[in-house]
Design a protein around this ligand. Structure first.
Ligand code: SF4
Length: 175
């Protein structure tokens, strides 16, 4: 009997909108989970803290820190297929706009100049942050990507069609 494909959804520096689009698939997602997919990790949907080896890993967002890049390289070894899920992962997307500014300006804006409920001195917690990447790049700049689905977020119907096609491909390659 054919087993279900194991699927993990992991975000890097992302807004979670891509996962919300997946939730918007509604009954189509439930049908997939019933028949074809075993969801093993997806922080927006379930409380699993980690995952082992998976057939398909859908990555959203971009690598914003050196820690993100190390994570990416580590999960690449555990996933048979990696999907760049959404425009951020595929192209750099909205976070890629950071490439238009100096890093110091970005940090000052985020930690010192942006409106905040905090009172008192606003400092940049550089000792708490992993080193930021020099620029925002698509995830295929760091690891091999097997499939890409741009869109911000990808519309649920397109996502459903894409997942069906990926699952067919995965099954074909298993035989
Ligand atoms: S592609 Fe759009 S919806 Fe998806 S993580 Fe990036 S900003 Fe959010």
């Amino acid at each position: 009997m054919k087993r279900k494909a194991t699927l993990a959804i992991q975000d890097l520096c992302a807004c979670d909108g891509c996962e919300v689009a997946m939730a918007d698939m509604g009954h189509v997602l439930l049908d997939l989970l019933d028949d074809k997919v075993d969801l093993v990790y997806a922080p927006l949907f379930m409380s699993a803290r980690d995952y082992g080896e998976v057939d398909i890993l859908m990555l959203t967002g971009v690598a914003r820190t050196e820690e993100d890049i190390a994570d990416l390289r580590q999960v690449r070894q555990r996933a048979r297929y990696i999907v760049a899920f959404g425009s951020c992962a595929t192209f750099g997307g909205i976070p890629g706009l950071a490439n238009l500014h100096e890093q110091a300006t970005l940090l000052e804006t985020a930690y010192q100049n942006a409106p905040s409920l905090r009172t008192g001195e606003k400092t940049i917690p550089d000792e708490l942050l992993s080193a930021l990447t020099g620029e925002i790049l698509p995830i295929n700049a760091y690891v091999d990507v097997d499939f890409s689905l741009p869109g911000c977020p990808p519309p649920p119907r397109l996502l459903a069609d894409f997942l069906e096609r990926v699952l067919k491909q995965v099954t074909l390659k298993e035989k």
